[in-house]
Design a binder for this molecule. Sequence first.
Ligand code: SF4
Length: 339
Amino acid sequence: SEQILQVKNLHVSFKTYAGQSHAVRGVDFHLNKGEILAIVGESGCGKTVTSKAILGLLPKENTIIGKSENSQIIFGGEDLLKKPEKDMINIRGRKISMIFQDAMTSLNPTMKIGDQIAESILLHNNISKQEAYKRSLEMLELVKIPNAKQRMNQYPFEFSGGMRQRAMIAIALACKPEILIADEPTTALDVTIQAQIMDLIQELQKELNMAVILVTHDLGVVASVADRIQVMYAGKVVERGTVDEIFYESTHPYSRALLNSVPKITSMHKETLYSLKGTPPDLINPPKGCSFSPRCEYGMKICRLHYPDTKVLSETQESSCWLHHPKADKSGLPENTVK
Ligand code: SF4
């Protein structure tokens, strides 16, 4: 299928008082037209930094984006990293849109919902106010907000959390973007509303034929909606594959640990939840070898010395782990850990 976005060797560092923190360390991936790609990992893994880099939303003052590494973000045949802010303003919202976790902080509390949607439509389109208002109403109906006409005249505080997130989606999609980046879009919501918003995103993705990047720490919420999953750890992609490959044939100890920490909602019994022990490494002084080695229960000596090569396991799946090395000691591992 046709690729709509390519991220090539992306490096992002932040200047901090303690030194340079290398938040994204050589990330490569592509997004296909009309697919939902989930980028999954714990906080600090670089998933949000990567999506902000795509939109040119990283603070200019203290960010270094890999010039020497020739980092590129290719969209529409052009490198977004080379575009001046005045061009990025036209791309953001119109061609690539973003929704965030907390709709309350992204919506303007003093402005009626209808006016907020109309404003974002007017920003990118040369149409009359009346026309923009009409389209805003259509958008609220598209995201299935009941009594959309009355809702147009209400303020964000009059909306429930789930309804606010729907309104955010309406604003993000008002200009029919080619790509939607949704960063933890349901984290602040309760479980049933989470599922409704995910279903809505999936439905709209099909209807508008957009590509979606879904950024989340929770593998559970993407299982039923994503086409592919990319797992990130400490600023690198450690494994990627189709949803089935990650859920049923994952070969990477970190992906498996994430999978094990997904609560099983279908289970009638209360199970003790496996939670990931330890914390991700300090990215000012990242470990020399595999970044997961301090927490990995399968770690070998070589893991601490050298970063593992990426092994291609199928057309869609690849994984970076020393367990794929033919000489790795695989005793004591679950049977389907390694192909
Ligand atoms: Fe664990 Fe080694 Fe694989 Fe890293 S390379 S995930 S430490 S087994």
